[in-house]
Design a protein around this ligand. Structure first.
Ligand code: ATR
Length: 489
């Protein structure tokens, strides 16, 4: 979608994306008036098949003039070599339809809903196309998984109808990446990350993160459920693994505000495996998940796979082993029993860490801002606890390992040190679970004191490696893992 004020800028953006895109949409409603008048030169200049769209304000566009002026502009440009002309569901302009056909272009008949998913969506989509060769286009805004499921039903109901069915916003994101699996003729992408609204995707991300061109009707779907989730690096990790092993699968972020409704989406897409992240790691266990021993010990689940025979979800927790693997490596292959470990934080992430440390007989001290939460976590795993105060700092003296599990240091708390009172001697190993940004304040202090650092991306990769095995039955390719380590470090 090209939506600049000038044709030159639109051409420049199309040029930058050449090779990654098969089609451009010229949003002529965003052009300055003088530029819009000159837009008939655009298809020949850009040299890529074009959709012409002049969107009015009521449909989220920028065209502010009278409707008859809009129709006149569409008519003027329709014969300029555009491959498609986008006309709205309620636009009654038979002469314009005829002009588009006469010019050898195809009509994209579109409906929009920026507030939700309208009732009777399948019926409305079926009724959109008025003539031969028309493409039905529905762009609606699912806010919940229940609405996303309705949208997926509409994709199924559309059968062989030439169409593009698109969910806007973060919940709708999978409908973009899965366009070809869902039968859509194309996927709309935003030319730059800056121009991308929430839930939009850029052509480089479609290629490099999602392997868009490899996705087809048979492609198996995996993903991560969370809220928020769009920042997750897990799609990059898993999709790289699928690509390297030639596995016909794709891994997507699913923004899930309503977990109880998500299972309809999972059924509809035939999802085979899921990563589970904040805030659903404990909540998923309420939906008949059969948890393994780690899940029961931690009380949280970060991995779901679907048993093909029974259809039941099997829960695993790869966070525990994912946390221990880099630590073991840093300690030369073995974690000595009695290791003195201080864990900062007492939330969901801390729970896996404390469970993992307890499993290797470490002596654990939990430090948390809210003392009561520290106490509850510590009691469950026979650990000590204290507040993030001078008393806590004293209790943490002579520690071998400090694990930072809080969200301090990560957006929107960048630059925050959760434990400024904790002094480092340089002998401690500091394990920071935050991986973006890489150098949090506590990491900077610990490095300055001479401590060894285990960065958070090591746990991210180690837990993903185990998930990948559970998802596919195949080992994650080690050369890809090494390349990703270099990229994330
Ligand atoms: P997660 O599942 O990611 O661990 P969580 O369960 O919400 O998320 O827990 C967040 C943890 O970060 C908590 O231990 C929280 O401390 P409180 O229990 O006192 O809320 C901790 N935390 C977040 N921001 C913090 C900050 N600025 N300073 C200290 N601790 C912080």
């Amino acid at each position: 979608m090209l939506a600049s004020p000038t044709l030159e800028e639109d051409l420049r953006q199309a040029d930058e994306l050449r090779g990654r895109i098969d089609l451009v949409e010229l949003r002529a409603d965003h052009l300055r008036d003088s530029e819009a008048a000159a837009a008939s030169s655009f298809p020949a200049r850009v040299g890529i098949p074009c959709i012409l769209t002049v969107r009015r304000r009521s449909d989220g566009g920028s065209f502010a003039g009278a409707e008859r002026d809009r129709v006149a502009l569409l008519r003027k440009l329709a014969g300029a070599g555009f491959a498609y002309v986008d006309l709205e569901e309620d636009l009654q302009a038979p002469e314009l339809d005829a002009a588009v056909r006469k010019a050898g272009a195809r009509v994209v008949r579109s409906l929009h809903d920026f507030a939700g998913v309208p009732s009777g969506l399948s019926r409305r989509i079926a009724a959109l196309a008025r003539g031969p060769g028309e493409i039905a286009r529905a762009a609606v805004t699912p806010r919940t998984c229940a609405q996303l499921a309705v949208l997926l039903d509409a994709c199924r109901d559309a059968g062989a109808l030439p169409r593009v069915i698109l969910g806007m916003g973060e919940v709708g994101f999978p409908t973009r990446v899965l366009a070809s699996k869902l039968g859509s003729a194309w996927c709309y992408a935003s030319p730059t990350a800056e121009a991308a609204a929430p839930g939009q995707v850029t052509p480089p991300a479609l290629d490099e993160v999602y392997r868009f061109r490899a996705i087809g009707p048979q492609t198996r779907v995996f993903g991560v459920i969370g809220n928020p989730v769009m920042h997750s690096r897990s799609p990059l990790i898993h999709n790289r693994g699928f690509a390297a092993l030639g596995i016909d699968a794709v891994y997507l972020p699913f923004h899930v505000p309503d977990l109880q409704e998500f299972w309809k989406v999972a059924d509809s897409l035939g999802i085979r495996g899921l990563s589970v992240t904040v805030p659903h790691k404990t909540a998923v266990l309420e939906f008949g998940v059969e948890g393994d021993a780690d899940v029961r010990a931690i009380g949280a689940c970060n991995t779901l796979t679907r048993a093909s025979a029974s259809g039941r979800w099997i829960g695993a927790n790869t966070d525990m082993e994912g946390f221990l693997a880099p630590l073991r490596h840093a300690l030369g292959g073995k974690i000595p029993p009695g290791l003195r470990a201080t864990v900062i934080g007492a939330g969901g992430a801390a729970r896996s860490v404390v469970a993992a440390l307890a499993s290797v007989e470490a002596r654990v001290l939990v430090l948390n801002r809210t003392l009561d939460r520290a106490r509850r976590l510590a009691e469950r795993f026979h650990a000590d606890f204290a507040g993030l105060d001078p008393a806590g700092a004293r209790a943490a003296e002579h520690t071998d390992l400090v694990v930072q599990t809080t969200s301090a240091g990560m957006a929107p708390q960048q630059g925050v040190d959760p434990a400024p009172g904790l002094q480092f001697t340089g002998r401690e190993i500091v394990y920071e679970l935050v991986y973006a940004p890489a150098r949090t304040p506590i990491v900077q202090r610990a490095s300055a004191a001479g401590c060894r650092i285990i960065p958070g991306w090591q746990m991210l990769l180690a837990q993903a490696r185990r998930q990948f095995l559970l998802f596919t039955g195949a080992e994650y390719p080690s050369e890809v893992m090494e390349a990703l380590s270099g990229q994330l470090d």
